[in-house]
Design a protein around this ligand. Structure first.
Ligand SMILES: [Zn+2]
Length: 92
């Protein structure tokens, strides 16, 4: 009998790379609504304003942190599409 690990199941692969539409992750938004490093909001100010904020206020920190950066900088992911490593094709 195979005993599965119930409870620890954070290996969720999202298989939605073929269709580019409105499904779950917001692909058309190119910057986060809120700063990763402080409580500033950038809801509708534009990508340039956000990038300028990070570059000037949070020097040497990435505007678009990836998975590994969240632990490194002690920040929270916001569910943006650049946060997850892109899975192209291969499914095993
Ligand atoms: Zn900030």
């Amino acid at each position: 009998m195979l005993s599965e690990n119930i409870g620890i199941n954070h290996a969720q692969n999202q298989n939605s790379d073929g269709s580019d539409g409105s499904d779950g992750i917001l692909h058309n938004i190119n910057y986060p609504p809120k700063c990763y490093y402080c409580d500033e909001y950038f809801d509708s100010v534009g990508q340039e304003v956000y990038e300028n904020h990070v570059i000037t206020k949070h020097r040497s920190k990435p505007c678009y942190p990836a998975e590994a950066d969240f632990e490194f900088y002690n920040i929270k992911p916001q569910g943006m599409h650049w946060e997850k490593p892109k899975v192209q094709g291969g499914s095993s």
